[in-house]
Design a protein around this ligand. Structure first.
Ligand SMILES: Nc1ncnc2c1ncn2[C@@H]1O[C@H](COP(=O)(O)OP(=O)(O)OP(=O)(O)O)[C@@H](O)[C@H]1O
Ligand SMILES: [Mg+2]
Length: 477
């Protein structure tokens, strides 16, 4: 008897496994699931809600468009029996709209809801019909509609064409105004050569900012954030601003302080900006230490008021970005947390960054000249990513020639002590991060002259104290 039971059990398990395998290989499983859902739904009472495309005055119902955007983003639309494909605003964008004869299933807070798109009885327009189980309605309806608003706003934000705004020349008696154009800079976080931890730290900071309106308001703070991007010329600061704009789908308002007539202009310009915007002031150090080309007509307090977003109500949902070549001569009080939340250092190239550029620009992951390049970098020579990138671009047809040219450029940079200077940091990686809430990098930028002076001092003290390994500086001379 026992043996018979065992045999029956084995046969049953085999049958179930085989049946499941057959089901998974054919659409039988899909059909069975669909029938089960129809049967199950017959056992529930539903309530329907109509969302017409237009009201009686034939004005567009915003909610209809949001529902359409939201539903097009559902994978269940792609899985539905019928779906219509439309091209989007951007050339490579395909939008999936479900067919009016089909129902789309969505789940929210583990409740199942159905959508249909029908012809309106009153006029030529269309109507979305939402079917919700009566027992779920009270629990999910409002949060579900709020969810649709949020998702469709995010999708619209990503789809919208970004704009770049620059302030016009100051005209006597006329306030500065914005001139706008499509913003199509190709830079993205993927194209910026930067320490990957640092890049993800910035992305996380930006993502947290997007979700923290209530948090800032609970603290009684304006929902805005400010970044300082600083580093030598050609290290990627402006490109990074473009990458931030693309990441956030924020417009860019670039204020040229040389064009403002007085302290009131930046305020009036800020008043004319819209939320979800990057407000950028480049080369701020030139205005703070009075090196700007034209006599700045804006005072230090005017700049500080602007940086503080003094008329706070205006600065909501905006990120202010200031760039500098160096902050060495800037009063730390000017860059205190709250005025600048996140400091981001853009260093000259080191060997890891050089390899990333060689890979992206020349398709090289390894090369016999790499050890020689690494050795020169270790002597403290360096160039900006812009310079190395340019050499690679103009020699991209011959990677070896490109590397030899980089080596020559590094050697001459080292020999004639180019003003670009050398970066060294305790980590030897030439850069530290900005931390939220104020920062600071532990980089010590030395010009070659200072290096020689330091080296001379070290040599004299070595003679007195016996030998001292000067490491790479010995190769200096
Ligand atoms: N870290 C980097 N990653 C990728 N490309 C870079 C980087 N730094 C510079 N470049 C390239 O060099 C060129 C100049 O970069 P960018 O204008 O961003 O430099 P910058 O720091 O703003 O210079 P400046 O201080 O003179 O304004 C751009 O074409 C950019 O693609
Ligand atoms: Mg720049």
């Amino acid at each position: 008897m026992f043996v018979i039971n065992v045999i029956v059990l084995i046969l049953l398990i085999t049958f179930i496994v085989l049946f499941k395998r057959i089901l998974s290989k054919t659409s039988l499983l899909y059909v069975v699931k669909k029938w089960w859902r129809v049967f199950e739904d017959r056992c529930h009472v539903y309530q329907s809600f109509k969302i017409p495309e237009h009201n009686d005055l034939y004005q567009e119902n915003q909610l209809y468009r949001k529902v359409q955007t939201y539903l097009s983003s559902l994978t269940s639309v792609e899985d539905s029996d019928y779906a219509n494909l439309f091209s989007g605003n951007k050339s490579n964008e395909i939008q999936v709209h479900f067919d009016q004869n089909d129902a789309v299933l969505d789940t929210f807070l583990s409740a199942r809801v159905y959508w249909k798109n029908e012809k309106s009885e009153k006029n030529q327009s269309r109507v979305f019909v939402l079917k919700v189980r009566r027992k779920d309605k009270r629990r999910i309806l409002r949060p579900y509609l709020q969810h649709i608003h949020t998702i469709s706003d995010e999708i619209e934000q990503r789809r919208k064409e970004l704009r770049l705004y620059v302030n016009s020349e100051a005209e006597i008696g006329l306030a500065n105004r914005w001139i706008s154009m499509p913003f199509t800079h190709p830079a993205s976080f993927d194209t910026i050569v930067m320490d990957s931890d640092l890049k993800s730290k910035v992305k996380t900071d930006l993502e947290n900012f997007l979700k923290s309106k209530q948090y800032y308001h609970k603290l009684g703070r304006v929902w805005k954030r400010s970044y300082l991007l600083y580093g030598p010329s050609g290290t990627g600061k402006s490109s990074f601003v473009s990458a931030m704009a693309k990441f956030l789908s924020y417009d860019v308002y670039n204020i040229d302080l040389n064009r403002v007539a007085d302290d009131s202009d930046p305020k009036l310009l800020l008043l004319q900006t819209k939320p979800k915007a990057l407000i950028v002031i480049e080369d701020l150090d030139r205005f703070l230490v009075g090196k700007s080309t034209s006599a700045p007509t804006i005072s230090l307090s005017g700049i500080l008021n602007f940086m503080d977003g003094i008329f706070s109500g205006v600065g909501e949902e905006r990120i202010m970005i200031f760039t500098m070549n160096t902050k060495e001569q800037i009063d730390p009080q000017i860059l205190r947390p709250g005025r600048i939340d996140f400091h981001l250092h853009f260093p000259l190239c080191d060997f890891p960054r050089f390899k990333t550029l060689a890979n992206s620009h020349l398709g090289l992951k390894v090369h016999k000249l790499f050890p020689q390049v690494e050795e020169i970098f270790q002597t403290g020579a360096s160039l900006s990513p812009a310079e190395i990138g340019e050499i690679m671009i103009s020699n991209r047809s011959s990677p070896s020639r490109a590397l030899r040219t980089v080596i020559t450029a590094l050697q001459s940079n080292k020999q004639n002590g180019a003003s670009l200077g050398l970066t060294h940091s305790s980590s030897g990686r030439g850069e530290e991060v900005g931390e939220p809430g104020g920062v600071i990098c532990r980089e010590s930028v030395h010009t070659v002259r200072e290096f020689r002076k330091l080296y001379g001092l070290l040599r004299r003290s070595r003679r007195q104290e016996g030998s001292m390994d000067l490491g790479s500086t010995e190769k200096e001379n």
